[in-house]
Design a protein around this ligand. Structure first.
Ligand SMILES: Nc1ncnc2c1ncn2[C@@H]1O[C@H](COP(=O)(O)OP(=O)(O)O)[C@@H](O)[C@H]1O
Ligand SMILES: [Mg+2]
Length: 332
């Protein structure tokens, strides 16, 4: 077990923090240091304490003991508004946008440009246009109503809201790519790299290992509410990271098992997303869990959208229990 802290001055530091919910010790004696211009990944199995840690760090939950410091100054009353004002921003998986309002109103919520109590719509739109362009979101219309936007765009609007906050020193991302395709995730990761280049300290939580390796500089692994390991991501492989998370060897995770072979439930033959994409065949039998692997951007999520019928295919056949089904593409 090795715990190494990143070099450099801490922008935000948690020191020996503990938190219990009744008899469940969600965090015990956890320390974490975030430095400017670094993406710090937080890893751990479900229930390891990741969300509890970030809720303490953003003021949504109160710690039982331990310290929280920003720029080496102790934060005594850690409420969400105190921490936001100090520059600690968060992007959650569950979005905080108001669906019936426009993109611009959401991005500048709570700080709309106004005169004599009236919102200056033109100025609001212009400022939002600049903010969206800065983030490379040139195709997003500031006047569009949020509820009609695709999930990925909503997530990016959420990022725009954080990026335009008055102070941005730390941004916490809690599983922001869960609902995104690989291409959409790539775009978000690109955005995070820009924040890093601008000197923001980033805490990044994802259950996608390859994403940690794509974006992370440092990793801290929690196990059962305790610090398991911490160090540069370049010191880890997927196997050693998994071992740190689960506490046993990876080989022990997949013991040989005898099972009877059942009939084919889902059969995909020669499926092509576009005329140029390679044909894909796969079979899932009853009682089987079929895993689909691949790197970021390799088309895993897109394949599932094709099989599910939400995206059209250009060639191939999908059978369920032997009967051909014809997905018609997205509904009206
Ligand atoms: N509000 C809560 N009330 C009771 N137990 C909780 C609460 N939030 C989290 N826990 C428990 O604390 C532990 C850590 O949870 P969590 O921080 O959500 O882990 P993770 O985000 O790593 O999956 C789990 O055992 C979870 O059941
Ligand atoms: Mg969680």
């Amino acid at each position: 077990m090795t715990i190494v802290e990143p070099d450099g001055a801490a922008v935000l530091e948690l020191i020996d923090v503990s938190k219990a919910f009744g008899t469940v010790q969600a965090l015990s004696g956890v320390s974490l240091k975030l430095v400017a211009g670094q993406v710090h990944c937080l890893a751990g199995e479900n229930g390891a304490g990741k969300s509890t840690l970030i809720k303490i760090l953003t003021g949504a939950l109160h710690r039982d003991s331990g310290r929280l410091e920003i720029d080496s100054e102790p934060v005594t009353t850690a409420t969400p508004s105190v921490l936001r004002a100090a520059g600690v921003q968060a992007v959650y998986q569950e979005l905080s946008l108001l669906p019936h309002l426009s993109v611009a109103e959401n991005v500048f919520m709570g700080r709309l440009p106004s005169r004599s109590g009236l919102v200056r719509a033109g100025e609001l739109r212009d400022r939002c246009r600049v903010a969206l362009d800065d983030l490379g979101l040139v195709e997003v219309d500031p006047s569009a109503t949020v509820e009609h936007l695709p999930a990925a765009t909503k997530q990016l609007v959420e990022v725009a809201k954080v990026a335009t906050a008055d102070r941005v020193k730390v941004i916490v991302f809690d599983e922001p790519t869960t609902a995104l395709t690989e291409a959409e995730s790539d775009r978000l990761l690109e955005q995070i790299r820009r924040f890093r280049a601008a000197g923001v300290a980033i805490l990044y939580i994802t259950h996608r290992l390859e994403e940690m390796f794509a974006i992370g500089d440092w990793v801290t692994v929690l196990r059962d509410g305790e610090l398991s390991q911490s160090g540069p991501l370049s010191d880890y492989t997927e196997d050693t990271l998994i071992t740190a998370m689960v506490g046993r060897d990876v080989t022990a995770l997949y013991p040989d098992e005898e099972r009877e072979e059942r009939s084919e439930r889902l059969t995909v033959t020669g499926l092509r997303r576009t005329p140029d994409s390679p044909p894909i065949d796969l079979v899932a039998r009853g009682g089987e869990i079929l895993g689909i692997g691949g790197l970021l951007g390799s088309g895993r999520s897109e394949l599932l959208l094709n099989i599910f019928g939400s995206d059209p295919i250009t060639a191939g056949e999908i059978r369920v229990d032997g009967r051909v089904v014809r997905p018609d593409g997205p509904g009206p």
